[in-house]
Design a protein around this ligand. Sequence first.
Ligand code: FAD
Ligand code: NAP
Length: 309
Amino acid sequence: MLDLAIIGGGPTGLTAGMYATRGGLKDVVMFEKGLPGGQITGSSEIENYPGIAHEVTGMELMEPWPEQCMRFGMKHRMEEVSRVSKDGDIFKIALLGGEIVEAKSVLISTGSTPRRAGIEGEDKFFGKGVSTCATCDGFFYKGKEVAVLGGGDTALEEALYLANICSKVHLIHRRDTFRASPVTVEKVKNNDKIELVLNSSVKEIVGDMMGVTGVTIADKDGNERALEVPGIFVFVGMNVNNQILKQEDGSELCDLDKNGNVIVDLKMKTSVKGLFAGGDIRIDAPKQVVSAAGDGAIAGIQALEYVND
Ligand code: FAD
Ligand code: NAP
């Protein structure tokens, strides 16, 4: 019987584990299906984490976290959780392989993953020219032209990263104003290698046996044109990873809002006693590493209090 099961090993889960074990909880396990660190490890640059004044990659930022956060006794199991349910006072954590682990309290910190845009050809060529990770795949397009889709912080920041590697970046956005922060928008506008394709959408991603060969772009009047590129990076927002809350009868373990975000209070408590949630998965998440870590600290302290009570 675990004191606390943490599902997801991003900034939220890691920080929660540190606070819970340092505060005295004995049996704390973080279930993380991959390497700990979370989605920021796929980011080419982070410049807004307090205390880190120079630019670092997401991987560099997260590299020391697991060692520090597990120093006080939290254990990591590299397992994917398929469902969390509650039976009386006890939580049951079902692992993908079939094992059931029991815990007195649970933190849901499964974060979010990139959304697909729903373009024809996107699924067919995913991994063969369609990507959602510039740091992972940008190098394959060294000296070549690429397209980037989206107008948020991720799209613009990753377009800037790709502009360092590629000969040209066509940044395609459906409006003429951006959701990204003004400082990032300025950097993009001042970058000679980024061409803005505004008020436009991608109708189709085309290719052959080898992968993507181009995209069809439509402007707001419906005029279409072909753009020959071997790669397109899709950054159109994130979906929260709340699938593990779905129960056998189709209901949800705890209350969610209409977009699937977990409803929590200021103590990261969900509608179910002993169940906490934090980071990108919660309502009103600013979707930042620093706020995810802050949520983790709160959840860790609250889980400690709950189990001790
Ligand atoms: P995540 O980091 O998403 O971690 C969740 C973890 O849970 C993942 O490791 C995942 O593998 C694991 N998991 C999910 N489901 C399961 C399961 N069923 N079983 C086991 N494990 C599971 N933020 C900033 O502050 N500054 C930035 O500059 C910045 N840049 C970004 C750039 C990019 C490209 C992206 C994608 C994000 C960026 N962000 C940035 C946002 C930041 O990364 C997130 O807000 C933050 O990582 C959220 O942390 P989290 O712990 O909630 O979740
Ligand atoms: P986002 O802010 O939701 O932006 C998504 C973008 O994709 C929007 O411009 C949207 O257009 C566009 N879009 C959505 N669906 C589309 C579709 N089907 N076809 C074409 N375009 C589509 O997502 P994000 O950029 O991934 O950022 C997610 C969160 O992480 C945000 O809160 C962001 O601030 C944060 N983040 C922060 C940093 C940082 O602090 N430096 C870096 C990265 C991410 P519209 O604008 O028209 O809606």
